[in-house]
Each structure stands twice: as structure tokens, then as C-alpha cells.
Design a protein around this ligand. Structure first.
Ligand SMILES: C[S@@+](CC[C@H](N)C(=O)[O-])C[C@H]1O[C@@H](n2cnc3c(N)ncnc32)[C@H](O)[C@@H]1O
Length: 469
């Protein structure tokens, strides 16, 4: 163990033994677990420790002595610098194996529940260009790599349009080609940057709170619709018109071209007015014979094709009968509720965000679905005995909570309501396991299906069918 000035040890020549949660990997030193970023099993590295606790340490590699035999070449020129797609160097099969194992480990270790034989994880058909939405950030401070900083060449810190560097809120990696979203996403981003350079439009400085261009959102759809939103820090009619007209002319395929003037300190635009420049103020996504209307602030699952697989599995597990009342908790824009409505007598969707509930209602309406009802509010307040008495006893429930899982009160209300079956869709199998344990005395887990929505990241969805004991 070496020492450096900041007193955190340098661990030399250690072998990475397995993958761990959150995209990190594990080595063991003197029986202590070390969580290391940016490595895969089989790598032998020197690790600079950044955090030291009684039972574990965290760090990053500073020297590679051996690269793992498992490694494959990353396909993206920005790999290792940009924070996304960090498992590109791990074969997709290995990524899937790890995700499957992580889900099962969490269910059995945290949930301590008896498990059926799990279905094999569902891979994503597309492992590149699978996202339908990206938000790029303009910054007057391009992130410089260590190589650039250490090189003798005269490297200018030019403005950048791309992605935030993890943990550095004011620096942005300038992206040439991103493999996450299909064309014309890359072409639009590059054209905006080129126009901005040619016409002297300034890029935002988040520290100084000055500059003109803030963010660029591109949404694509399986229907072929394309939405582009340019976010400016302040109004400058001439400059703004110039850029918007340029985009409209160069990309006639953009079906919804919009902009926002966001004078706030932060980039979030959920509370901002979105102004239509050309086309429609929405795009459509489709799934089977359903159409979903997506406005600039609407949520939609970001991997459309794999969302269809996720929902299809959910519907299969739910096995809804014509006379059944279904509750879809954490319904978002009501996509699952609408997707299963034709099988059910009635579907009741509940969700926190009022705008999402408006979208959910609209999506029922445009699809001629008249057996859904939607309510906005915090689940623990809305879902109670009175609500259930008023809207009908649930024969089955579908729940798809955020990463934190369900509030204990919500779990308790579900137990009181005692539906025959529950399908629990989760993007965090650790909190899912905790919730399943609370229901284990009343429900038996009979099916488990992990679904990979986000190749080359550590994220994984998991669907569980629970049946009343
Ligand atoms: C994982 S998303 C589910 C989205 C939806 N099922 C879909 O597939 O599009 C979780 C949803 O729960 C909502 N949510 C988070 N906390 C909530 C709460 N306390 N009460 C109600 N809804 C909540 C979020 O706004 C989000 O829409």
C-alpha cells in the first residue's frame, strides 16, 4: 500500500474480481472490499482511494497493469470521458448476466423471499441508438481531458455542446457523435453548434450566469415525429429568430420546433413557458394500435421499443380478466393503464404529477378508451380505504414506483386492499426487495422477469408477479 499527500492510500497491483452495484466493480484488499470505478473484472490496477470507511473503501484506477481478457473495444469516441454508456468495454452478454444476477441477489438477500425460477433477462434488441430523448447542454467551458491538459499543444477551452461531466456541474464534454439517439439527433446538434459559432451566439456560463444558449432537447419517435426545443437564457429576437429559422430550413423533418426563454439559475424547464416556433406543439408515439401524445414536458419511457417489451410482459403477468378492476399505481402519463385497459373492466391510475395525469386522460380520450380514471396526488395520501371504497375494490394492482420504492403506508394500504395479484415493476430491485419482504406474509412471488432497457449502463428494470397466499 503506497501513500500520497492527501493521506488516502494508493492500492497497488490489485485485481478486480467482480462487478458491483451502480456500475462499480470490486477488489478485495486485506479482507476489505474496495469499490472501484471505470474497471471491469480481470483488470489489474493501482487504485487511488478516495473514501475510506471501516468496512469498505472507494477509489478510481490510476495505472492499468493488465487489461481484462473480457474487455471489448468501446464503440464511442467519447468513451471514458462522457459519463454515459460506461459499460461499452464489457460484452453485452456479460452486462446482461450481471444485471440478472444483481436482481436475483437483491430479491433473495434483501427481500429474503422464496423465489421461483426466474425468466432469463430480456435483452434490448437495440444496444445503440435506443433512446428517444436527449438533452444537450451548452457551456462556455469545454471539459478538457487529462491528456489535453498535459499535452504541449496549445489547447483552447472552447465552448461545448454535449453532456455534463459527472460531478463537475459547470463543465461539458463536447460531443461529436453520440450513439444513444438515432439520426438526425447528431446532425441537429452539430448544426446548432456550427451555426452558433458562425453567428457568434454565446454559450451559457452557469457560474457567472451569463450567455445566450442553454440547452437543446431532441425527441424522436417510432412514428417518425421529431421534436426540438432550444432553451435560451434571455430573449434576443434577431439572434433567436436566426437560429430557429436556420433549424427549420435545414431540418424540414422536425415536426415540432419550439423554444424557451429560461431566465432562472437552473436548467429545469418544467415551470417555463414553451413557445411553438413551427409545426405542432407535440409529437406522437405509438404502441400496438395506441397513440400517445407527447408534449414538451411529458414523460415517456426513453427506450420506446423496449418499453413495449416491458409493458407486454407486465400485461402478460397481470393476466387481466374482463370483469376485473385494476389499479395502476405511479401511472405517470398512464401508459400502462391505457395499454391494459381493453382487457379490464376499469383501470384507476394514480400519480403525483398533475400534468402527467392530464396527459394520461388525454391519451385515453384520443384512443377511445373510456374505462380509465386518473387522479393526481401523493400516493400515500390518495390511496386510502375511502378512495378504495369509492372507486372499487382492486382485483389486481400494477405498481411502478420511483427508485425509492413505495412508502410504508402505501404498502400497508395495498395489504389492506388485498388484491388477488400484484405486478410490481421496478427500476431498483433493492427497494423492490424491501417492499416485497413487507408483503411476503400475504403474497408469494410467482414470476420474475428482469428487462434491460438501457444497454451499457448499470440500470435494469425488474417485473415481479405476486399472488395472494
Ligand atoms: C417509474 S415512473 C412510472 C412511470 C409509468 N408507469 C410509465 O411506465 O411511464 C414512477 C412515477 O411515480 C411518480 N411518483 C413518484 N413519487 C410519487 C408519489 N409519492 N406519489 C405518486 N406518484 C409518485 C413519478 O412522478 C413517476 O411518474
Amino acid at each position: 500500500m503506497g501513500r500520497n499527500r492527501n493521506k488516502k492510500p494508493l492500492l497497488e497491483n490489485i485485481e478486480i474480481v467482480k462487478l458491483a452495484a451502480e456500475g462499480k466493480a470490486i477488489a478485495k484488499v486485506d479482507e476489505k472490499v474496495v469499490f472501484v470505478t471505470n474497471v471491469i473484472p480481470g483488470d489489474v490496477v493501482d487504485v487511488q482511494v478516495t473514501k475510506k470507511r471501516k468496512s469498505y473503501m472507494e477509489g478510481h484506477p490510476v495505472v492499468f497493469h493488465k487489461y481484462s481478457d473480457l474487455r471489448v473495444d468501446a464503440f464511442c469516441e467519447h468513451f471514458g470521458v462522457c459519463g454515459g454508456c460506461k459499460w461499452q468495454n464489457l460484452p453485452y452478454e456479460e452486462q446482461l448476466n450481471f444485471k440478472q444476477q444483481e436482481v436475483l441477489d437483491n430479491l433473495s438477500r434483501i427481500g429474503k423471499i422464496e423465489l421461483p425460477k426466474a425468466n432469463p433477462i430480456l435483452p434490448s434488441a437495440k444496444t445503440e441508438f435506443y433512446r428517444n430523448k436527449l438533452e444537450f447542454t451548452f457551456s462556455n467551458k469545454r471539459y478538457l481531458t487529462f491528456d489535453e491538459i498535459n499535452s504541449d499543444a496549445d489547447i483552447a477551452r472552447t465552448p461545448a455542446l454535449g453532456f455534463h461531466v459527472p460531478r463537475l456541474f459547470d463543465k461539458v464534454v463536447d460531443i461529436n457523435k453520440c450513439h444513444l439517439q438515432a439520426d438526425p439527433s447528431n446532425a441537429i446538434r452539430l448544426a446548432v453548434k456550427e451555426y452558433a459559432f458562425a453567428n457568434d451566439l454565446s454559450f451559457f456560463d452557469i457560474r457567472a450566469q451569463e450567455g445566450f444558449l442553454r440547452t437543446l432537447v431532441v425527441r424522436t419517435s417510432t412514428t417518425g415525429d421529431i421534436m426540438v426545443i432550444v432553451v435560451f437564457y434571455h430573449e434576443d429576437v434577431e439572434k433567436r429568430e436566426g437560429l430557429m429559422a436556420h433549424l427549420a430550413e435545414k431540418f424540414p423533418e422536425i415536426s415540432s420546433l419550439m423554444y424557451i426563454i429560461n431566465e432562472k439559475a437552473n436548467d429545469s424547464f418544467t415551470d417555463q413557458e414553451v413557445i411553438l416556433y413551427k409545426g405542432e406543439d407535440h409529437i406522437f408515439e405509438k404502441m400496438e394500435d395506441l397513440r400517445f401524445k407527447i408534449g414538451p414536458k411529458s414523460f415517456y419511457q426513453t427506450n420506446s421499443e423496449q418499453a413495449y417489451e416491458l409493458y407486454s410482459k407486465t400485461r402478460e403477468f397481470a393476466n387481466i380478466q374482463k370483469d376485473e378492476v385494476v389499479y395502476d399505481l405511479y401511472t405517470g402519463t398512464g401508459t400502462i393503464a391505457n395499454f391494459v385497459a381493453r382487457q379490464a373492466k376499469k383501470v384507476i391510475g394514480i400519480e403525483y404529477v398533475p400534468e402527467a395525469i392530464e396527459d394520461a386522460k388525454l391519451n385515453s380520450e384520443i384512443n377511445g378508451i373510456d374505462n380509465t380514471v386518473f387522479f393526481a396526488g401523493d400516493m400515500k395520501d390518495v390511496l386510502n380505504a375511502d378512495f378504495i371504497a369509492e372507486h372499487g375494490h382492486p382485483d389486481m394492482m400494477i405498481v411502478d414506483p420511483p427508485r425509492a420504492g413505495m412508502h410504508a403506508d402505501v404498502v400497508e394500504t395495498i395489504l389492506q386492499a388485498a388484491p388477488n395479484r400484484i405486478v410490481y415493476v421496478s427500476c431498483n430491485s433493492a427497494t423492490q426487495a424491501r417492499d416485497l419482504q413487507m408483503m411476503d406474509h400475504a403474497y408469494k412471488v410467482t414470476k420474475v422477469q428482469a428487462v434491460d432497457m438501457f444497454p451499457h449502463t448499470h440500470h435494469v428494470e425488474n417485473i415481479v408477479l405476486m399472488e395472494k397466499r
